[in-house]
Design a protein around this ligand. Structure first.
Ligand code: BTN
Length: 251
């Protein structure tokens, strides 16, 4: 059911009924020699991965589980702020589809009134100094409205818009936004999107606890820098943080 005329004009795609993880399949096809860019879509995942070792609930037929593989041509610089830019693209696609109140939480959570509606998981393959690829994994809660067993507050497009969503239309919109933002990021770097990202950061100016492993740091969110690192005021002194294992909570 997940196919859309026109989507293949944006990116070549492969659709599966069921996969462990679309990110894993993307890496497998890449290793088999499939030329990027390409998209992997699945109706469900049996081992969907979230950030920081979490499981991503991936029930059949309700949501979008997508991986987009792109080649990194400009080395490590092209990775700077990339995961934040993907969050921004997903947010804009949701907005264009009528969802209101949607915003971002550093580094790449997409939230509506504190509830998670989409998540982004980037995985890198190869050597950033040489040939490398990035697998952009995106999960969007589209028509999910049951109890689920998600351990954090969540919502879906259907719950927000109070109507059933055509996933084909949304996936097309999403891929247009992903392509648009990836091009802007590749051409001009994160610095060109920094202000737009901050304008949509729901926790700008908020008192937060930063959690990095066993470490807990109290601070106030100042924004993000030109490579997407979090700028935090800690005891009145600006500190910067980046890395996939870091998370934020409100104080
Ligand atoms: C998060 O923890 O917020 C990131 C969730 C990312 C989920 C998506 S669903 C498609 C892709 N395949 C996976 O296994 N994970 C990502």
């Amino acid at each position: 059911a997940l196919a859309k005329k026109g989507l293949s004009d944006v990116y070549p795609f492969h659709i599966y009924e069921s996969l462990g993880s679309t990110n894993t399949e993307a890496i497998r096809l890449l290793e088999k020699g499939v030329e990027p860019p390409f998209l992997i879509l699945a109706e469900r995942q049996t081992a969907g991965r979230g950030r920081r070792g979490r499981i991503w609930q991936s029930p059949f037929g309700e949501n979008i589980y997508l991986s987009l593989v792109v080649r990194i041509q400009k080395g490590a610089r092209q990775l700077e702020g990339l995961s934040l830019v993907i969050g921004l693209a997903v947010m804009q696609a949701l907005r264009a589809s009528g969802v209101s109140g949607v915003g971002l939480k550093w580094p790449n959570d997409v939230l509506v009134q504190g509830r998670k509606i989409a998540g982004v998981l980037l995985e890198l393959t190869g050597d950033p100094a040489d040939v490398c690829h990035v697998v952009v994994g995106v999960g969007v809660n589209v028509n999910m409205d049951g109890e689920g067993c998600i351990e954090q507050p969540w919502t879906s497009m259907k719950l927000e818009l109070q109507s059933y969503i055509d996933r084909n239309c949304f996936v097309y919109e999403l891929c247009l936004k992903l392509r648009e933002y990836l091009v802007r990021h590749a051409e001009s770097g994160f610095v060109a999107l920094q202000k737009e990202w901050e304008l949509n950061h729901l926790w700008q100016g908020c008192e937060v606890v930063l959690i990095a492993g066993a470490q807990r740091i109290d601070g106030v969110v100042l924004g993000v820098d030109h490579v997407g690192a979090l700028r935090l005021s800690v005891n009145g002194v600006e500190q910067r943080y980046s890395g996939g294992e870091i998370s934020l909570r409100l104080r």
